[in-house]
Design a protein around this ligand. Sequence first.
Ligand code: NAD
Length: 488
Amino acid sequence: MTTIASAILPDGVQTPHYDRQQLKTRMVHFGFGAFHRAHQALLTDRVLNAQGGDWGICEISLFSGDTLMSQLRAQDNLYTVLEKGAHGNQAIIVGAVNECLNAKLDSLATIIEKFCEPQVAIVSLTITEKGYCIDPATGTLDLTNPRIIHDLQAPDEPLSAPGILVEALSRRQARGLAPFSVLSCDNIPDNGHVVKNAVLGMAEKRSPALASWIREYVSFPATMVDRIVPAATEESLAEITRELGVADPCAISCEPFIQWVIEDNFVAGRPAWEAAGVQMVSDVRPWEEMKLRMLNGSHSFLAYLGYLSGFQHINECMQDSAFREAAYRLMMNEQAPTLSITGVDLTGYAQSLIERFANPALKHKTWQIAMDGSQKLPQRMLAGIRLHLARESAWPLLALGVAGWMRYVSGIDDAGSTIDVRDPLSDKISSIVAASHEDQRVVALLSLQEVFGNDLPHNPAFVQAIETAWQRIAQRGAHQAVIDTLKN
Ligand code: NAD
């Protein structure tokens, strides 16, 4: 069968022009999802194109992805990224992946041993918030998580990402091998600390000596990642087939914009990512805060209010003047004043975000962004709200965003259709929704301590603002609520 590895591709398609035979597994990556393919792997491919080298990636998928991995192997671990701008497309064949392993296709033992190869310098992750098995309320390893319970009972047959990392590090320590750096590329605040807490939480339970070895020798650089990469659809894959003249089931489309800011703290070396435009810095936090509040905060706002109003995609929301204005004002009036970053043109940043959201070539589903809201709301909206409450400044659009999430997880959109709510807390949320009358829903959902903490539900100004926003949506619908909020 002809694949992208064997086909003659059209002239404009960029292909690897380095020697792929030189690649070794220097990085092992958990989570061959949409984002990693169009971000870390692509930027590593750019470095390889610029200066060659041996920084290959072994892709690991634990629970699913066996079909994808089989398809990737069938095309020599090559795959396509289609960058889609308002003014045209660029197809890039990425060659940085040199092997892939999947728990269904390969044994777990093979997977764990891959992390123990001496040349492995970095283990990176894009496994979404829930993959870290962290209790959001405490920021520590969730010892009630069934996978964590399992991994503590059977440490040499781990099922969770923290369990696998600790087992691999334990074997490296026992064999006298150098450690690796653990690089979280998930969009969660202080991702370096989150993964460090998960790993150390597991290691402490297994052996204090192992935990102190990890503390001393392993680094957990924090990162800020940015690129909009919608999940692949039949439509996006068909478009890529037309561009290439051959099908690539592992292909992914994304926007042209890309940004990666990394804390430069690696114990066993790293690719020269600067050569691909990556910013290597000593402190990622101000960058991450800027991105989480301005980009992700407004994205979530558009996702909840947009979905309730009947918009399927973010770019459709942006064609609506009220939504467009609300997104900009949310960024500039309510999120930018809460940031600690200096030396960045935040107006220019907000304008570029509006343009990126409006990109008609991207079909980013409001439903996709709305997913897992309980894990996202704290850093995207509630962190900024806490500052507004302390300063007594106004935050009407953030209030509408939080109330929009509450309406969304209540399960019915403004047209009366049922919403397929996906969230790690969905069982808890749906019992709260089922047990509460609409008039009591705000107070009932505020009892989710994992989301709202202990402070916000007891803050009268917070509760009142969310109640007001909830009533606005309940009485006039989400779209009119956005228009009304802009008038005040
Ligand atoms: P995706 O659904 O395509 O991929 C998620 C990957 O995580 C899959 O490979 C899946 O197998 C793995 N995974 C899920 N649960 C896991 C678990 N419990 N343990 C181990 N692995 C698990 O999603 P994506 O779009 O690639 O997003 C992945 C991460 O990238 C998210 O955290 C997101 O915040 C971040 N990110 C995504 C985008 C984007 O536009 N897609 C942009 C910036 C950051």
